[in-house]
Write a protein that binds this ligand. Structure first.
Ligand SMILES: [Zn+2]
Length: 265
């Protein structure tokens, strides 16, 4: 039986590889750190589940084991294929990648203007994507060009949302039901258009846990940073917070004690 209080965290990674400046260090996790993070989670009873099992649980048609979490990678970097997949293969864990459909086998050109050094990095090609699918990875949409969706007019928005679904359905030969908003940016119109484009759900970057009553177009995810130690990641996933410091644990426990005593803060 799933306990009615079960809540499932979703972890969000971006690039796995080496970082060359402080900006990259935030969203890039080294292969060694990624392996240590996954092994630390496995040792403490966490277990990655597939995106299909995650939605079946949200819909009440399946149960998940205690310690279940969903592992996601935004953008589709080659480093996920080269460095993350071997670790996950050893653990027998599935993962989900949100792909930028017009840039399959190319580079993260949208980062050029954000990265102070203007570096870009390679993205997976079709053969690599299909190889990972054999291993148990799932692939869904991160739009066609990694667009900042709220800034687009209705036609451009439809091209990014429905267009990516069509591109990826053709690439994968399977339906593409889920979206991750680029930069975590959306508004009411984006959300409605995503529904109209046929997506069944979408992932935000709002931290927290997911329970069955969560808004399907505002699913929550926890950001994993390159600077997170395995202990910090364990605290984040336990608290449902992007803050993995010891102080966050103390605040969390203090708030629970005060709530139990009926004291508001
Ligand atoms: Zn992205």
């Amino acid at each position: 039986m799933t306990s009615p209080t079960q809540r499932v965290p979703v972890l969000m990674y971006h690039r796995i590889g080496s970082a060359h400046n402080d900006w990259e260090r935030k969203y890039c996790v080294s292969p060694e750190t990624f392996a240590m993070q996954m092994e630390a989670l496995a040792r403490t009873g966490w277990k990655a589940v597939s995106i299909d099992d995650f939605f079946a649980w949200l819909d009440g048609t399946a149960v998940l084991p205690e310690g279940a979490f969903l592992l996601t990678f935004d953008d589709g970097f080659l480093g996920v294929h080269d460095h993350a997949a071997p670790v996950l293969r050893r653990l027998g864990w599935p993962a989900t990648v949100f792909l930028v459909s017009a840039l399959i086998g190319e580079r993260d050109v949208w980062c050029e203007k954000h990265n102070p050094d203007g570096h870009t990095y390679p993205l997976m090609d079709r053969a690599q994507i299909l190889a990972l699918r054999e291993q148990g990875f799932s692939f869904h949409s991160h739009t066609r060009d990694h667009a900042d969706l709220p800034t687009l007019d209705d036609n451009a928005l439809a091209r990014q949302l429905a267009g990516a679904r069509d591109d990826l359905a053709a690439l994968l030969g399977a339906p593409v039901d889920y979206l991750a908003y680029p930069y975590g940016r959306y508004d009411k119109r984006v959300l409605e258009q995503a529904q109209r484009a046929g997506y069944r759900a979408a992932f935000s970057v709002q931290p927290g846990f997911n329970r069955p009553d969560v808004d399907r177009f505002r699913l929550r995810r926890l950001d994993v940073f390159g600077t997170d130690t395995p202990a910090m990641l364990r605290r984040k996933i336990t608290l449902g917070s992007n803050d993995g410091s010891l102080a966050a644990v103390i605040r969390y426990n203090a708030a629970r004690v005060l709530a139990r005593l009926g004291i508001q803060r």
